[in-house]
Every structure is written in structure tokens, then in C-alpha cells.
Design a protein around this ligand. Structure first.
Ligand SMILES: *Cc1c(COP(=O)(O)O)cnc(C)c1O
Length: 407
């Protein structure tokens, strides 16, 4: 019989948990004073049993909402078989998941890891391993981008505020404005290994480039001998109404990274690469201890199954359009406040004339969870399983807040 149990019983109150964090957890996150305890779909409950409607479940990781049944079942089943298998062995789920991703994208081969930053680290290493023999090591990235917090991913992230105090950055990165083909024409040269770009800038404020931008980048990369890497960490896995956002444009990348929603909220990241590029990664050149573990891969397979069984790619577009209807109505009433509405599937940004954190705080008081990014952008990444009633309920709250917001 164990002498003590490490989990408090009865469960800790929110206040007790917050006090424990203040003492024992490093304060590198700004947290809301709410301790979430359990969830289902687009609803989530705190330790006191208060219910919240979640328009931003899991920071984009919970694309199918909280605890999607097939994912829960797959993880439960796998955890009783094998929890971890190192990459010195073969394992069924990793092969199955790699096939599922390849056949829904550009037949890329997979390297699995555990996060978006790690997937981009792998992509940057691969780009240089592939390019260095031809004198190519430069990586071109976009202003306002976000690629993660580890050093190479951070060096790729062309936002000075994230570099501040952590310099020097990794050498060999070159930053150009997003959605600017002239700048790309000047920057991509015969020392360029790769262009790394998000099809839609997520953290950067749901910035959707002009139609044809990715295609033009693809053409430039081909002409100049560089590879095109798409960071689909946030846009991937169905969020925009296609498996991957590049599929709206009819062009293919050489390398793609995905994480966040990849395994329905279980930690997972992946790099997909065309076989001729992937060949630059040879045994011993790169690795991840937990990457491609069977729990994450079973969860990822369950995400794919759910999206197909419930026809959720089409649903993504319908959800986006319902939100658009609400925000267009609001813009008609408050053109001074609503500056822009940018929507692709369940990736929703509303540019406001005010600091969007005001809306986040007001929403939280009404038990609606939303996000603000880049100061003035209200960002919503709702689940593909959200109901029309839930959308209308949450949007009515947002309408109430926004209609009377002071500019
Ligand atoms: C969140 C994000 C990352 C970083 O992912 P982590 O899992 O936090 O490392 C990278 N790229 C994009 C586009 C993202 O949205």
C-alpha cells in the first residue's frame, strides 16, 4: 500500500493550485486565474465546476474539441499495450500514421517529433544538409512569422520582440516582408537553401496572403534551386477545410511541418519531406527519443478517422462562414471598431481598433474563452465539432461586448 498519494484528495481548489504554481512553477507564462479540470467538445469546466464555452480549445491543439471519443479510446487502448517504443525498433502505429499523412498530402516521408518548434528545427537542419553540398545555407523567412521558441525556430521567427535578450540568434537567416513577391525575388539567391513560410500567419494575426502567393514562391524556389518549406503547425490537419492549407493553392511544398492539432491534443509534431529531399537525412543525423511514439501515432490516426467519418473538412468551411456572418453584422454596426475580418475554415481573426485583450477579459467574465494576438487581433480557433448553437451562443456574447466597446 502506498504511504502517500501525490495527488491531493479531495481535488485542490483553483486557489490552492494557483498558490502551488506561484511557489513551484516558473512564471514564464501569463495565466488566467482559472484552473481547468475537465472538458468535452467545446465545453470545459474549472475545478469549481464552472462551465466555459471554448472558442480557443487547447491553443489550436484540440481541433476536435476536448476529449474527442475516438482519440480517448485509441490512447486508452494503446497505453495498455505499449507506452513507449524507441526508434531503434519498428512499430505499427508510426508506420500507419506516416502512411495516413503521406496519402493525404504530397506523398512526403515523415520524421516524427513532439512539437512545432522541433518539427521546424528538423526542417531547418534538413534544408542545410540538403543545401550545404551546393553552397546553400541561407534560410529566408517572413516578418511577422512564428516558428517556435527553440534557437533555430526562434532565429527563423522574424519578430524582434521574441529575440530580445536572447541574442545572438543563429546565423544564416534572412527576413523579408510577408506577402511581398518583390522582396522574395531579391532575397532568394544561389546561397538560399530554403524559404520557410506559413501559408497563413497564425500567431502573426491570421494574415492570409493574396491568392497566388504560395504558387509564386514555389516558382521562385524552383527557378533559383531553393526548397520550399511550409510551416503548417497551426494551419494543418484540416483547420482551413483541407488537410493542409497549401491544398487550396494547387502547389506542393518540398517540406511541410505540422504539430498542434496533429494528434488531437496529444503532444506530437511531424516533418514531411519529398523523398529526394528526405534522403539527405541519414542514420545518426537527427533523432527524437519520444518522436513517433505509439500513443501519439494512435491518437493522430484517430484524428484522421474522426475527420473523415464525420466529414469535418466540409464542416470547417461552414463553421467559418457562420462566424463570418456574425462578424459582418457587427462590422455594419461598428465600422469604427471592426477593421478587418480574416477567416479560413476554423481559423478566425478579427482586427479591432482597440486592444483585443479587453475582449478576452470581458469574455472570460461571461465564461467564453477566446484569444488575442498581435495586440489588436481577436483570434478564434474553434473546434471542428462545435455546434451551430454553441457558435451562436458565443458570438452573441462577443456581439454584446463589441457593440458597446469604447474605441
Ligand atoms: C505554435 C506554432 C509553432 C510552435 O509550436 P510549439 O509546439 O509551441 O513548439 C510553430 N509554428 C507555428 C505556425 C505555430 O503556430
Amino acid at each position: 500500500m502506498p504511504a502517500t498519494t501525490l495527488q491531493a484528495s479531495p481535488p485542490a481548489s483553483s486557489a490552492e493550485t494557483i498558490a502551488r504554481f506561484e511557489r513551484y512553477v516558473i512564471g514564464n507564462y501569463r495565466r488566467f486565474p482559472v484552473c481547468l479540470d475537465h472538458g468535452e467538445g467545446s465545453l470545459v469546466w474549472d475545478a469549481e465546476g464552472n462551465e466555459y464555452l471554448d472558442f480557443f480549445p487547447g491553443w489550436g491543439c484540440n481541433l476536435l474539441g476536448h476529449c474527442p471519443p475516438r482519440v480517448v479510446e485509441a490512447v486508452r487502448d494503446q497505453v495498455g499495450k505499449l507506452i513507449h517504443v524507441p526508434n531503434t525498433w519498428y512499430m505499427g502505429p508510426q508506420g500507419d500514421f506516416a502512411e495516413a499523412l503521406a496519402t493525404r498530402s504530397f506523398c512526403g516521408q515523415a520524421f516524427f517529433c513532439n512539437s512545432g518548434a522541433e518539427a521546424n528545427e528538423a526542417a531547418i537542419k534538413l534544408a542545410r544538409l540538403h543545401g550545404n553540398p551546393h553552397g546553400r545555407s541561407k534560410i529566408v523567412t517572413m516578418e511577422g512569422s512564428f516558428h517556435g521558441r527553440t534557437y533555430a525556430a526562434l532565429s527563423a521567427t522574424a519578430q524582434p520582440k521574441y529575440h530580445a535578450g536572447c541574442e545572438p540568434m543563429l546565423p544564416g537567416f534572412s527576413y523579408i516582408p510577408f506577402d511581398d513577391l518583390d522582396a522574395a525575388r531579391h532575397a532568394i539567391d544561389d546561397h538560399t537553401a530554403a524559404v520557410l513560410v506559413e501559408p497563413i500567419q497564425g500567431e502573426g494575426g491570421i494574415r492570409i496572403p493574396r491568392a497566388g502567393y504560395l504558387g509564386a514562391l514555389r516558382k521562385l524556389c524552383d527557378e533559383r534551386g531553393a526548397i520550399l518549406i511550409l510551416d503548417e503547425v497551426q494551419t494543418g490537419m484540416g483547420r482551413t477545410g483541407r488537410w493542409f492549407a497549401y491544398q487550396h493553392e494547387g502547389v506542393e511544398p518540398d517540406v511541410l511541418t505540422c504539430a498542434k492539432a496533429l494528434a488531437g491534443g496529444v503532444a506530437a509534431g511531424v516533418l514531411l519531406a519529398k523523398p529526394e529531399v528526405a534522403a539527405a537525412l541519414k542514420p545518426g543525423m537527427h533523432a527524437s527519443t519520444f518522436g513517433g511514439n505509439p500513443i501519439a501515432c494512435r491518437a493522430g490516426l484517430a484524428v484522421v478517422e474522426t475527420i473523415e467519418a464525420e466529414n469535418l473538412l466540409d464542416r470547417a468551411c461552414a463553421i467559418g462562414e457562420r462566424f463570418r456572418g456574425w462578424f459582418e453584422q457587427l462590422r455594419a454596426k461598428r465600422p469604427d471598431l471592426i477593421q478587418d475580418i480574416r477567416i479560413s475554415g476554423v481559423m478566425i481573426g478579427v482586427e479591432l481598433a482597440i486592444d483585443a485583450s479587453f475582449v478576452v477579459a470581458q469574455s472570460l467574465e461571461r465564461r467564453l474563452l477566446v484569444n488575442a494576438t498581435h495586440g489588436t487581433v481577436l483570434r478564434l480557433l474553434p473546434a471542428l465539432t462545435i455546434t451551430d448553437r454553441e457558435i451562436d451562443h458565443g458570438c452573441a456574447i462577443l456581439a454584446e461586448i463589441l457593440e458597446s466597446a469604447p474605441v
